[in-house]
Ligand binder design. Structure first.
Ligand code: HEM
Length: 499
């Protein structure tokens, strides 16, 4: 070998050795364990977004509290324990607070402007500041009377039309948020807007499931022609979302211009900014932030109230015990108020059990990592989608109380620990649900008032087999039950409360 050749070979060997050394020293551990991956496709055939539970439960058993899969190049890590959720989403919030990139829902349907999908950063912080004005502890106290009145209104509406309870519950949950955000009186029922909003939320709910569209895993597909079915769905969703966001905003602005606007968060925000400083982008941010509150708040409250009705129809003993407590503490002359909460521990335990028995957001809302990280010896690269599987907390094994059974007593037993849903049902860390206080109060007063006024039973033929939507918010599908006033006294106190 010539000298020159030898020099070249030795240099190449040196470069290779340095490369291997660097590679080795930058190796930060394996990706969390999970099912075997196919080349390129990864686990595309292992994960069925319309029914994720079967795979998730099996994987938790096989691989533990951290399960990693890969779908067409996107890495996804499922967190299956409270400890992992708390360690990562809460304590390492600087890395774990982005949302996943939803090409169809976010970019094509334009929901990227909603606080729910805005990446963690200055714009998101500004939106949270606006939300806090309406949803912080001081503001929420002011809504108590409205919430109590709206609960009484729901009772009156159900007494007038019991067979229609399913739609009335959904309508009612929207009222609190519409009142706070847009100043729309709880007496006004804008059925057209509400049914449009519900239809839009259905489209959004389906599109926000991980893996709903192939385009979410292959973003370049967004350039495909507009006649393709997913593009058509995206255009339809975009039009629906735009109408849902702009309609109430324009309405309040027109009312403000004519001096007829009621007090509301939107009115407050627009007035406090002042015409001079109010440019198009500030207005747009306010418009989207206010609508995000309606979208996020109404569905989860409605769903929890409907789960409560199912639980009561199937568990008459728990229902009677809660009613006895209400009657013993309040007598028969008034409806519950939010200030009664501490005096009604069984009712409060029953509310927690409703939230545990069927969590409204079973996979919470996913996150995306902003940087590489290592946890429990595993490497979680930047851009990984992280999914908190909160069902694992809800249904964790319990020596005394089977997780599948509806037993409010589990929250009153000091010998056996059951984690309070307040710690996980509203999310974690920096992106914790900003409507938590309002949501908890809404759910409590609705459940306490319905328990106080009605008996809830299965349908006359005795069959009640609940099914739930497999989407971000896991609402019960339409079901039947019998709801009737407990006594003439109860009918009278509802009417008195509404005078
Ligand atoms: C029973 C009622 C409710 C439940 C179970 C619930 C649950 C949740 C959960 C699990 C998240 C995800 C948090 C995370 O990523 O860690 C969330 C986010 C959110 N919730 Fe709620 N929520 C409820 C009521 C409300 C209400 C009443 C409002 C507003 C009026 C609201 C507004 C929001 C918003 C805007 C977000 C997105 C926050 C962000 O991405 O920064 N929620 N909620």
């Amino acid at each position: 070998m010539e000298r020159l050749d030898l020099a070249i070979v030795l240099s190449l060997a040196g470069i290779l050795a340095v490369y291997l050394l660097v590679k080795r020293s930058s190796y930060q551990g394996p990706f969390p364990p999970g099912p075997r991956q196919l080349p390129i496709l990864g686990n595309v055939f292992d994960f069925d977004p319309s029914s994720p539970w079967t795979s998730l439960t099996r994987w938790k058993r096989e691989y533990g509290s951290l399960v990693g899969i890969k779908v067409l190049g996107t890495r996804i890590v499922f967190l299956n324990s409270y400890e992992a959720m708390n360690d990562l989403l809460e304590k390492r919030g600087n890395i774990y607070s982005h949302r996943p990139i939803f090409t169809v829902l976010g970019e094509l349907m334009t929901l990227n402007k909603s606080i729910m999908l805005i990446p963690y950063g200055p714009e998101w912080r500004e939106c949270r500041r606006l939300e806090h004005l309406a949803l912080g502890p001081a503001a929420v106290k002011d809504y108590q009377k409205v919430q109590e009145r709206i609960a009484a209104t729901l009772c009156q509406n159900i007494m007038d039309d019991p067979a229609n309870f399913f739609d009335l519950v959904r309508l009612n949950s929207a009222r609190v948020v519409l009142h706070i955000v847009y100043g729309i009186s709880p007496r006004v029922i804008d059925k057209e807007y509400m049914s449009h909003a519900e239809e839009t939320m259905r489209v959004v709910g389906q599109a926000s499931v991980l893996g709903a569209f192939l385009c979410d895993f292959i973003p370049a597909m967004k350039y495909l022609p507009s006649w393709m079915p997913f593009q058509r769905k995206a255009q339809d969703g975009k039009a629906k979302i735009e109408r849902m966001v702009t309609t109430p905003f324009t309405r309040v602005k027109n009312e403000m211009a004519s001096g007829n606007a009621s007090p509301s968060l939107l009115n407050h925000l627009l007035t406090s900014i002042g015409d001079g400083e109010r440019d198009a982008s500030t207005e747009e941010r306010i418009m989207w932030t206010t609508c995000s509150m309606y979208a996020a708040g109404a569905e989860s409250t409605a769903g929890t109230t409907l789960v409560f009705l199912i639980a009561m129809a199937l568990n008459p003993a728990a229902q009677s015990r809660a009613q006895e407590e209400i009657d013993a503490v309040l007598g028969h002359s008034r409806l519950p108020q939010l200030s009664d909460k501490n005096d009604l521990p069984y009712v409060s335990a029953l509310v927690k059990e409703v939230m545990r028995w069927h969590p409204m957001l079973p996979l919470s809302i996913a996150r995306r990592t902003a940087a590489d990280d290592t946890y429990q010896g595993y490497f979680i690269p930047k851009g990984t989608v992280v999914v908190p599987n909160v069902c694992e907390i809800a249904f964790s094994p319990n020596a005394k109380y089977p997780p599948a059974d509806f037993i409010p007593e589990r929250f009153l037993d000091s010998e056996v620990q059951t984690m309070d849903p307040a710690l996980w049902a509203f999310g974690f860390g920096r992106r914790l649900c900003p409507g938590k206080l309002l949501g908890e109060a809404n759910v409590w007063i609705l459940i306490a008032t319905l328990l106080s006024v009605f008996n809830i039973k299965p349908p006359a033929d005795g069959s009640l087999d609940p099914h739930y939507e497999s989407q971000l918010v896991s609402l019960p599908k339409r079901f039947n039950c019998r709801i009737s006033p407990r006594s003439a006294d109860k009918v009278a106190i509802v009417q008195e409360a509404l005078v």
